[in-house]
Design a binder for this molecule. Structure first.
Ligand code: K7E
Ligand code: CUA
Length: 763
């Protein structure tokens, strides 16, 4: 075993050399020929390839659609980095399996039910001065009207809030320029407060709404008490965007089915789709949210389910809401980076409509209204407030912006194209075909006050023939496009196999500063100190009638405690703290039959509670391959049948028997291993290793392991003195385990230092 370990390390190093030579034997031309690649293909590959160990320039947060999750990937390589569990339990992250995250999911209950899934659509990054700041991410659930707050310190969901009045939503999450509010608009009208009324009273009793969720950045939480909603007509509100610059303080929400049509195909009526697209226009809602916040703060609201709602009547009287006609079945309302224009795509129109904020504001201030809607909301004259209409093609949906002034990109769903145009001049500049049926599109920081340009991603609804077939259910297709030149260039297709992503938000990677490890004993779901953390050496099992509570630690590669005895019917709780300081040394915890997975990242404390109602000897184990002895990271939960009196045999044996010779042999090996470690330590100390933070962290970790060595060595020698060769040999072996872990880290450090050009100090 020991010899094998060293041999395999050496063989690995040799193989690396052989590999390099093999690749060198083929030229770029050879590979192009063999793989049938054109010059253009190779250029695209060079533009997207990130060599091993390299980092990408941008991170993209994509909605994960029906998975209820968020997908994180990087650009330009399009490598998927993480799925963030939000509305749906996710075992890898222990989300929905540990007690702490169960509490987060429980916040998402609606009327006492937990949907345990979500349909995520629009991620929104927290903003400062209209630019993403890399602190928080918000995401909505279209199926059940909820939004979630994700901390970008650890990419974990911190909070879920359920909308107290809507039964359906879609237009979330859109963030105001300093993250004062997170905007969530209803979709399918309902009776506010999730009540009942017959559909024949649709016009009178059904309503739309927009909720402005107050975000408390200090706490990293939505403050539901300071949040409010505005009641709106049942126009099927859709997407929103917050104004910025000159339009800061206002928000814009489009709608479809302003016809207020109610279908009934089974009664012989034309379906919803016919009645909801019968008229030529729907309504863009223009809302003064800053003033609305004042109105709400002044108490001019009605409480529905304990939530402040500004009635339609009050909203009109206070001048909070205005409507503007927008072409047929729009989808997407996007404010330009300078805040001067609002661009709306009408799905069943070939134009995008570019509205001028200056003109809207002038008409509102002068009270120049063309008419009123059936509820008394002032309607502005569309022609009067329009800057331009630009003819782009069939099915314009969503719009993103370039770093160059006046340049926008709009997705064309029906044409399966992207149009690049100048919205100031109203001129089309370029078009690119994508595959197939594009929905949203995402430019780098492309909805912010200062877009970063460079890349655009087409979020296509259909993949059809782009990938190796995997059955009738296809993945989605995200296509990366180079927008640095005059012409858009398609670079890469990435299948997304998790759900249907709608929108994705991109941010410069250097704005993100995620944690490497948690502060010791952190409940990651609340980011607070866990009351259940213990340090190595103070682990304990607390027994109360009908209840057993374990306070344990995990570190390479054992659980403390390893054997836990309980009685059938006991309520059992495990609190585990990961005592590792090393980067990426996560351990897992799973008990056969009883519980799913816990994920224990370095420093984290996580708990699981269950009723041990089935007797048996249940193994538990670590679910992350954490060291060479990961498979041995195991334990037993012994659930003794109720009332059983155990007949323990007089000479029960467990395992092998060791003698002095075994101890001596192990002892000798350990001394040799120490020699190897000493030489590695000598090398590290001879370098400027302190200049490398990664190495300093690794050295800390190795020091931990070497301290454990001392302890195990003392125990072994102590047992040897008493001639207890059984204990002596086993402790000597544990001592060697710690040495191997320290040596493993030492070798990692050595490789790192060599690869990063560490200098060796002159002696
Ligand atoms: Cu799919 Cu924004 Cu929900 Cu358009 S939405 S595509
Ligand atoms: Cu810990 Cu495997």
């Amino acid at each position: 075993m020991k010899a094998l370990y060293r041999v395999s390390v050496a063989a690995g190093a040799l193989l690396c050399f052989a590999g390099t030579n093999l690749f060198a034997a083929e030229s770029l031309e050879d590979v192009m020929k063999r793989r049938n690649l054109s010059q253009k293909d190779v250029l695209a590959a060079a533009k997207t390839y990130v060599p091993t160990g390299g980092r990408d320039e941008f991170l993209v947060f994509s909605s994960g659609g029906q998975s209820g999750q968020v997908i994180v990937y990087s650009v330009p390589s399009m490598r998927i980095l993480k799925y963030i569990a939000v509305f749906t339990p996710e075992p890898w992250q222990g989300y929905g399996y540990d007690d702490e995250s169960k509490k987060v999911l429980a916040q998402g209950q609606i009327d006492g039910r937990n949907p345990n899934w979500g349909d995520t659509h629009h991620p929104g990054l927290s903003e400062t001065g209209g630019k993403p700041d890399g602190e928080f991410l918000f995401i909505n659930d279209k199926a059940n009207p909820r939004i979630a707050v994700i901390s970008l310190k650890d990419f974990e969901t911190r909070q879920i809030v359920t909308n107290p009045i809507m039964q359906s939503e879609h237009g979330g999450t859109f963030v105001t320029p300093n993250s004062e509010y997170v905007i969530e608009a209803a979709q399918y009208p309902g009776v506010l407060g999730r009540g009942y009324a017959p559909l024949s009273e649709f016009n009178e009793k059904f309503r739309g709404a927009i909720t402005y969720w107050k975000f408390d950045r200090e706490k990293g939480q939505i403050d539901t008490a300071k949040s409010f909603s505005i009641e709106l007509p049942p126009y099927t509100q859709d997407l929103s965007d917050a104004g910025k610059g000159p339009s800061d303080g206002w928000s814009f929400t489009n709608s479809f089915c302003a016809e207020r049509y109610v279908g009934g195909i089974e009664q012989g009526k034309p379906p919803f789709e016919a009645g909801c697209s019968a008229n030529d226009a729907d309504f863009l809602h223009v809302i003064n949210w800053k003033k609305a916040a004042e109105v709400a703060a002044a108490g001019k609201t009605t409480k529905i389910n304990g939530h402040d709602v500004i009635s339609l009547q009050t909203a009109i009287a206070e001048g909070l809401v205005y409507l503007i006609a927008e072409p047929k079945s729009p989808h997407g309302a996007d404010v330009t980076p300078d805040g001067k224009y609002i661009i709306v795509g009408g799905k069943l129109d070939t134009n995008v409509s570019v509205y001028s904020w200056e003109k809207i504001k002038a008409a509102v201030d002068a009270k120049q209204f063309a008419s009123k809607d059936a509820y008394g909301i002032p309607i502005l004259d569309m022609k009067q407030v329009l800057h331009k209409q630009v003819q782009l093609g069939l099915g314009p949906l969503h719009t993103q912006f370039d770093s160059k002034p006046c340049i926008a990109y709009t997705s064309l769903y029906v044409d399966s194209q992207i149009a690049k145009y100048d919205y100031c001049e109203g001129k089309v500049l370029d078009k690119l075909s994508v595959h197939y049926n594009i929905g949203h599109l995402t430019a780098m920081e492309g909805e912010s006050a200062a877009p970063a340009g460079k890349y655009l991603i087409a979020l296509n609804k259909l993949a059809i023939d782009r990938f190796n077939p995997v059955g009738p259910l296809h993945p989605q297709n995200h296509q990366l496009i180079d927008i640095s030149g005059d012409k858009m260039e398609l670079l890469y297709d990435m299948p997304v196999p998790l759900g249907e992503p709608h929108y994705a938000a991109a941010i410069s990677a250097d704005k993100l500063k995620p944690l490497v490890r948690y502060k010791y004993g952190t409940d990651s779901r609340t980011e607070r100190d866990s009351a259940f953390a213990v340090r190595p050496g103070s682990e304990k099992i607390v027994r109360e009638p009908g209840k057993v509570t374990v306070f344990g630690t995990v570190i390479r590669s054992h659980f403390t405690p390893e054997i836990v005895d309980v009685t059938e019917g006991d309520e059992v709780t495990f609190h585990w703290t990961n005592a590792e300081r090393a980067e990426d040394e996560t351990h897992g915890f799973a008990v056969s039959t009883y519980i799913g997975n816990l994920s224990l990242e370095p420093g984290k404390t996580a708990s699981v509670t269950f009723k041990a109602d089935r007797p048996g000897a249940f193994s538990y184990y670590c679910t992350e391959f954490c060291s060479a002895l990961h498979l041995e990271m195991e334990g037993y939960l012994m659930v003794k049948p109720k009332g059983l009196v155990e007949q323990v045999a007089a000479k029960a044996t467990a395992g092998a028997v060791y003698a002095k010779a075994d101890y001596d042999k192990q002892y000798k090996t350990n001394l040799e291993t120490q020699g190897v470690i000493d030489s590695v330590v000598k090398y590290i100390l001879s370098t400027n290793y302190k200049d490398f933070p990664t190495v300093v962290a690794l050295v800390d970790d190795a020091t931990d392991q070497l301290n454990f060595v001392k302890d195990a060595k003392a125990k072994a020698e102590d047992a040897a003195k008493k001639e207890d060769w059984q204990q002596a040999t086993l402790w000597a072996n544990q001592w060697w385990q710690y040495q191997v872990k320290a040596a493993d880290i030492g070798l990692r450090v050595k490789t790192y230092l060599e690869e990063h050009g560490a200098k060796t100090a002159a002696k």
